[in-house]
Design a protein around this ligand. Structure first.
Ligand code: FES
Ligand code: FE
Length: 453
């Protein structure tokens, strides 16, 4: 597929996309190279590998990688692939080791990826193997942002903070509420969903429109109000006010460079806390510290969904951070982490873990609502005619503006697809751009055009 054909699939000026972007196998192969081969991909949280020799086993796109803490405290990212015949070196999810030994013929690598020993080296290789040439392949770029570790295969990519752009402002609201930063609480939930990665990433980037309808039953159960309580009586113990996202406050922000955020806040810290019980009380108690660090708007922002392009998403409030690892055009492997302030007391971390799993674990009552939709759309796309039919992405077209209250990015109403259009424009720019200069310039031009329109 050539560049013009790829460009014809997304019309971000008029708000249409062609479904081939979710189902075409050839496009998917190009994505592995041009999107996942050159964007910053989230791998692990610093708290998961605190000591030298600690490792976390994960993926960059479909490539298996090991994220390993080195003796000097730095982090290296290397292919989890033996250089002899390509066997997966390490099958443990995480742990601590002095070496990675291949289960096939026994080549062993140091934690920095250097090939250390080869069975029967003298007899089999007659002393001729140059081990210095056969170390593990490493990601050339590894950087952290406030506890989150990322890597990039592309040496020419902008640094991580430049890549984040305005999205760092939103990410800070999640990671920087309290002194000491955050940590991962509990293990990583992993499961498969039969849908293209862009359905999940785009929804967290931009789609507030689905919430009142898809999550209608959850909203009613989760957030009783005097209005929807049958007897109209006041809220009782443990009952929270109707969440801000159910009321449709705030707006969807396109944060530039493909990133997006649905942003909700009210003037009342209590009204925005909808996760219940100890977790609500904790957010309320720590609000002054958060306000001192982040300012009022972000301190009050305790709900809202976000995507950092391409596949890292998170939700304020339920504290879920997730990666949509691609597994072919019609499948993703979801990895979900619960993020808590390091300074939170143990009982709050425990409560957060439970509230997180209840809402957004694999059986979470909100999680299931979302994935069911993506699976059904993907099933429809097995039809030939279904794949020829343009999708409408025109909500809020022409109503984009910059805010004057310091919230960065391009704003639109609560129900708008500006961030989705920006997300797909970034996808096109990456799929067709020959250099990062070209990609960044195309993104900036698109933003200006949208504002001027
Ligand atoms: Fe790893 Fe042979 S494939 S030692
Ligand atoms: Fe949802």
């Amino acid at each position: 597929m050539d560049d013009d054909q790829i460009r014809s699939l997304v019309d971000s000026r008029n708000g249409t996309v062609k479904p081939a972007i979710y189902s075409d196998a050839q496009l998917y192969e190009l994505e592995l190279e041009r999107v996942f081969g050159r964007t910053w991909l989230f791998l692990a949280h610093e708290s998961q590998i605190p000591k030298p020799g600690d490792f976390f086993n994960t993926f960059m796109g479909e490539d298996p990688v090991l994220v390993v803490r080195q003796k000097d405290g730095s982090v290296q990212v290397m292919m989890n692939q033996c250089r002899h015949r390509g066997m997966k070196l390490c099958h443990a999810d995480s742990g601590n080791t002095k070496a990675f030994t291949c289960p096939y013929h026994g080549w062993a690598y140091q934690v920095d990826g250097a090939l250390q020993s080869v069975p029967l080296e003298k007899e089999a290789y007659r002393g001729k193997l140059d081990k210095s040439k056969w170390g593990l392949i490493k990601a050339p770029r590894v950087e952290s942002y406030k506890g989150l570790i990322f890597a990039n295969w592309d040496e020419s990519a902008p640094d991580l903070v430049t890549y984040l752009g305005d999205m760092a402002w939103y990410l800070d609201g999640f990671l920087d509420r309290r002194e000491g930063g955050t940590e991962v609480v509990g293990g990583v939930h992993k499961w498969m969903i039969d849908c293209n990665w862009k359905f999940a990433a785009e929804q967290f980037c931009s789609d507030q429109y689905h919430a009142p309808y898809t999550h209608a039953s959850a909203i009613q159960v989760l957030a009783p109000t005097p209005q929807n309580k049958p007897d109209g009586s006041p809220l009782g113990d443990g009952q929270t006010e109707r969440p801000a996202w159910a009321n449709g406050l705030g707006g969807v922000q396109f944060a530039g460079k493909g990133h997006g955020s649905a942003f909700f806040f009210t003037e009342n810290a209590d009204a925005n806390v909808w996760v219940g019980g100890e977790v609500s009380a904790y957010f309320r108690e720590t609000y002054p510290e958060a306000e001192a660090r982040l300012g009022k708007v972000r301190a009050l922002r305790l709900a809202g969904h976000n995507t950092m392009f391409p596949t890292l998403s998170w939700l304020n409030g339920t504290q879920t951070l997730r990666v949509w690892h691609p597994r072919g055009p019609g499948r993703i492997e979801v990895w979900v982490f619960c993020i808590a302030d390091k300074a939170a007391p143990p009982e709050v971390k425990e409560a957060l873990k439970k509230s997180h799993a209840r809402a957004f674990g694999p059986a979470g009552f909100l999680e299931q609502d979302d994935s069911e939709n993506w699976i059904e759309v993907q099933k429809v796309l097995r039809g030939h005619k279904a794949r020829q039919t343009d999708f409408c992405m025109q909500m809020g077209l022409g109503f984009e503006e910059r805010r004057e209250d310091g919230i960065p990015g391009i704003t639109n109403g609560t129900f708008a697809e500006t961030a989705a259009r920006g997300f797909y424009q970034r996808w096109v720019d990456l799929m067709t751009g020959k250099s990062w200069n070209e990609i960044e310039a195309a993104g900036a031009a698109w933003e200006q055009e949208v504002i001027d329109a």
